[in-house]
Design a protein around this ligand. Structure first.
Ligand code: PFF
Length: 456
């Protein structure tokens, strides 16, 4: 535990190494942010919550709440330079409050484990769709056929377990290798390539004849459809898509070199992430309307619309395979952030090797994930509170744990940390700093509280 003591001119250094550059950090955080949340979850949640008004609330949540939370996480992470649990405890004491702030870290570690338990199941679907695309299963398929392929696949618990297992294996493999040798290279190429393919799909959806309907659905708000429940869903999605509220970004911030600008990096990530989600919406909804599908179809939405579009496109087999490969990479780079807090904690606290820690955490997540595997087949009729096991884990994490984590994190950064500490990390006390502080102290926490209280 010596190597993260102060030995850097009074500043701490991390036990797990550092990002090689500012770009490496931005790539890692972008890799964590851009994932299934943008391409799979955003369209179906927007569809279930009636489109327009939901999307506007979501955008406000991203910029007014999500971004200040992200900056708070990075600055706390860099100041503490340990795993989120230890960092929160350490800074709690150092800033004259209490060690008990470590429980915010614990909440985050648990949220990461729970999120990955179902994230891995959906990522497994994506892996399976790589194979289905490559073998031409979607070529020329009708909307009924594509839906049948999806229902047949998710209905078979053995296949879903297999793909969930493969995805968890891939995640464990990369996390065990460590921070710098991880997926930095993959992100560098994956995000631009994914973007490029999304533009190809956008071209297709513009020509579908239903583009205007899609745009209308996404951006014309009908406020009467907006309930506190959907406002909470928008807030939860904002947290989920930016990977904030659970310590992932805090863990990444711990590996950030001193001189890197936190504001600039966070802004770059938020803009890229939001852009990709909007693009996904603009691709999906015209296709939904062109094929007579229901926007409120739920988690299967992307797995039905996209194969349908690819199936009718020239070169669709290749495009579709490449697309699902890229989406697998996007899910993979996001999964890393979900386990990093737990792994870093085991390594620091129990002196485990990174490989041991990763296998323990990964194995546990795999086991919990079986609940979500079975939610789509054997246990699909078992419903309580929010719905199936999958629905409940998703609701609890996105709509409760992440906002609660974000609330505590902004209160800590805005109220508990003294001005000097946060200004030191954010590079001075100019206008940008003042804006962040205003959002972190007032707008973000009050906004989160109002939404949580009204929705629950
Ligand atoms: N932001 C990821 C996505 O949109 O797919 C999901 C996620 C990754 C959430 C990492 C939280 C996290 F720590």
């Amino acid at each position: 535990m010596l190597s993260h003591q102060a030995n850097d001119g009074g500043k701490r250094t991390s036990l797990h190494g550092h990002w090689s550059s500012r770009m490496a950090f931005i790539l890692a955080v972008t890799g964590s942010a851009v994932g299934l949340g943008n391409v799979w979850k955003f369209p179906y949640i927007a569809g279930q919550n009636g489109g327009g008004a939901f999307v506007l609330v979501y955008l406000v949540c991203v910029f007014v709440i999500g971004m200040p939370v992200m900056m708070s996480e990075v600055l706390i992470g860099r100041r503490g330079r340990r795993n989120p649990i230890a960092t929160m405890g350490l800074l709690g004491e150092e800033e004259g409050s209490s060690r008990q702030w470590q429980w915010v870290g614990v909440l985050g570690v648990l949220a990461g484990i729970l999120i990955l338990s179902y994230y891995s199941v959906i990522a497994g679907w994506v892996l399976a769709y790589v194979v289905k695309s490559a073998t031409g299963e979607f070529a020329g398929a009708s909307s009924g056929q594509v839906t049948a392929i999806f229902t047949r696949f998710t209905g078979d618990w053995r296949l879903v377990t297999l793909s969930h297992t493969i995805f968890m294996g891939l995640t464990i493999f990369v996390v065990a290798r460590g921070v710098e040798r991880g997926l930095e290279q993959a992100v560098r190429f994956m995000v631009p390539a994914l973007l490029l393919l999304m533009f190809v799909l956008l071209g297709y959806s513009i020509n579908s004849g239903y583009f205007a309907d899609g745009v209308n659905f996404l951006f014309t708000p009908s406020w009467d459809k907006l309930t506190w429940g959907s406002v909470l869903a928008a807030l939860g999605q904002a947290f989920f898509t930016l990977s904030v509220g659970m310590g992932a970004i805090m863990a990444y911030g711990a590996y950030l070199p001193e001189e890197t600008s936190i504001t600039g990096s966070s802004a770059a990530v938020v803009v890229a992430d939001t852009g990709i989600a909007m693009l996904a919406g603009l691709v999906i909804f015209p296709l939904v309307f062109a094929n007579g599908l229901n926007p409120a179809d739920g988690p299967g939405l992307v797995f039905e619309t996209l194969p349908l579009a690819f199936g009718k496109m020239a070169g669709g087999v290749v495009f579709s395979t490449v697309f699902f490969v890229l989406l697998s990479f996007a899910a993979w780079t996001s999964a890393l952030g979900l386990v990093e807090p737990a792994v870093a904690w085991l390594v620091e606290h129990f002196h485990k090797t990174r490989a041991q820690a990763t296998v323990v955490v990964g194995g546990m997540i795999w086991l919990v994930g079986l609940g979500s595997v079975l939610s789509f087949n054997v246990l699909s009729d078992v419903k309580f509170l929010a719905g199936t096991i999958f629905d409940n884990v998703d609701y609890l994490t996105s709509n409760i744990m992440l906002p609660a984590g974000g609330l505590l994190i902004t209160i800590f950064a805005g109220w508990v940390m003294c001005r000097n500490s946060s200004a030191d990390e954010l590079g001075g006390s100019g206008g940008l700093y003042k804006t962040w502080r205003l959002l972190a102290r007032f707008l973000a926490p009050i906004g989160i509280l109002i939404i949580l209280v009204n929705a629950i």
